[in-house]
Design a protein around this ligand. Structure first.
Ligand SMILES: C[S@@+](CC[C@H](N)C(=O)[O-])C[C@H]1O[C@@H](n2cnc3c(N)ncnc32)[C@H](O)[C@@H]1O
Length: 416
């Protein structure tokens, strides 16, 4: 790997671990070739997936914990050595160059060299004995409380491998993609790392990227052909495309103008249509809809296998404001639903407070509101996905043998 790619990976690691920012917000470096940019992104994500076990391997070789800029060089190189199987000589040499290239780490180049030489020799065995990176307590605690220590451990293990790429196929389209498998729920699954833009059917809009779990909330809505459907919190538009492709007349609302731009692009690529409204969903009013999808903003803690930076950036402080917003959005969405209509609430979160608890609390707040019990088997899923209040709970440890699922919660509600 070129030094430029490693430099960019280090910048990305610093962005997450020093600045506390998500990788998605890291500005692209125009001087990097697309290949180096991709290699840098892969190496940074790989490192973020394994920070704790890497630190545990590095620690015995340190007299004291070095400042973060030097520690990040060690982590990056250790990930290359121990996870990516990089050539020891090249990796150690590059790490020393990275240290020498920046003033805060110049004096530590010797330490970087000495530590990594030991990591290269003794690290593989010690790394293999380390448990997977733990979830932070604000996610792991509630998961353990609800589903137990074994499920928590299995979820942490499921966050280690690179996840496969799932595609939703436009209804009626036929696509043949080499190496893809059709999941029982209908999504197409491609091996991790597949370059999606080169896949047949992508450019023509016959498929779009959507985790198999994320494709299920729309299916909970039943037959939406010809119905007026409100997609609240719609960007980047995966579910709006599903609804439009099924023949619904979709109104898609999102607060973010820039994210709505992605909905526009996605609709253009797939040749689908929806009315787009940039607005705060809490202020949005219109004549009542036949059906509503509320894919509420959440901690996204169900998507860690796709976003390994998330546990390093987000914290428990976001949970309370988000759950309050979810509750207000749910209450407001119900005012926009026709009597007898269906409202599907969903979040890509592992936290029961953003899923199961929202529904049980809403049932208490609203007379006559009830859950339409979801049947996971009818959707091609497992009976184990049923949640006691009638929704569906999906977790990364489920379907682990075929590549897992993002964590998701969904429930369909109705009232007379
Ligand atoms: C989970 S994402 C939605 C994903 C989308 N449904 C899809 O399938 O592609 C949540 C979205 O909620 C939007 N959002 C957050 N707060 C909002 C609000 N008060 N009103 C409208 N949209 C909001 C965010 O901009 C973000 O795009």
């Amino acid at each position: 790997m070129a030094l430029e790619a490693r430099q960019a990976a280090l910048k990305a690691l610093d962005w997450v671990l020093r600045e506390g920012r998500m990788l998605a917000h890291l500005p692209a470096d125009p001087r990097l070739s697309p290949g180096d940019a991709a290699r840098a992104a892969r190496l940074a994500s790989l490192t973020l997936r394994h920070v704790q076990p890497l630190d545990a391997v590095i620690a015995p070789y340190l007299d004291r914990k070095p400042p973060l800029p030097a520690l990040n060089i060690l982590r990056l190189a250790a990930a290359e050595l121990l996870v990516a199987g990089g050539d020891a000589h090249g990796v150690v040499d590059s790490a020393v160059k990275l240290a020498k290239a920046r003033r805060p780490t110049q004096r530590m180049a010797g330490m970087v060299n000495a530590v990594l030489r030991k990591v290269a020799v003794e690290g593989p065995e010690r790394f293999a004995a380390e448990p997977p990176q733990r979830l932070p307590g604000w996610i792991g605690g509630p998961v353990k409380k609800r589903w137990g220590a074994e499920v928590l451990r299995t979820i942490e293990a499921a966050h280690v491998p690179l996840p496969p790429i799932d595609l939703t196929v436009k209804p009626g389209a036929t696509v043949e993609i080499e190496g893809a498998t059709r999941l029982p729920t209908g999504s197409l699954r491609l091996p991790a790392g597949t370059q999606v833009s080169a896949v047949p059917g992508y450019a023509t809009g016959d498929v779009w990227v959507q985790d198999a779990a994320a494709a299920l909330p729309v299916r909970l809505m039943g037959n939406v052909a010809g119905a007026r459907v409100l997609d609240l919190c719609a960007a980047p538009g995966g579910k709006a495309m599903q609804l439009a492709a099924l023949g619904a007349h979709v109104t898609a609302v999102d607060l973010s103008d820039s994210r709505m731009g992605r909905v526009r692009e996605n609709l253009a690529r797939t040749g689908l249509t929806a009315e787009l409204v940039v607005a705060d969903a809490l202020d949005y009013t219109a004549a009542p809809f036949d059906a509503i999808l509320l894919d509420a903003p959440c901690t996204a803690s169900g998507t860690i296998r796709r976003h390994p930076d998330l546990p390093h950036v987000k914290s428990w402080t976001e949970v309370e404001p988000l759950t309050r917003l979810q509750m207000r959005l749910l209450d407001h969405a119900l005012t926009l639903l026709k009597p007898g209509g269906t409202l599907v609430y969903c979040t890509c979160s592992l936290l029961p407070v953003e899923g199961e608890h929202q529904i049980t609390a809403a049932l208490k707040r609203h007379d006559g509101l009830c859950v339409i019990p979801a049947d996971p088997v009818a959707l091609g899923g497992d009976d184990a996905w049923r949640s006691p209040e009638g929704g569906l709970r999906l977790r990364p440890d489920m379907w682990a043998e075929i590549g897992g699922l993002d964590g998701f919660y969904m429930a369909a509600l109705t009232r007379p």
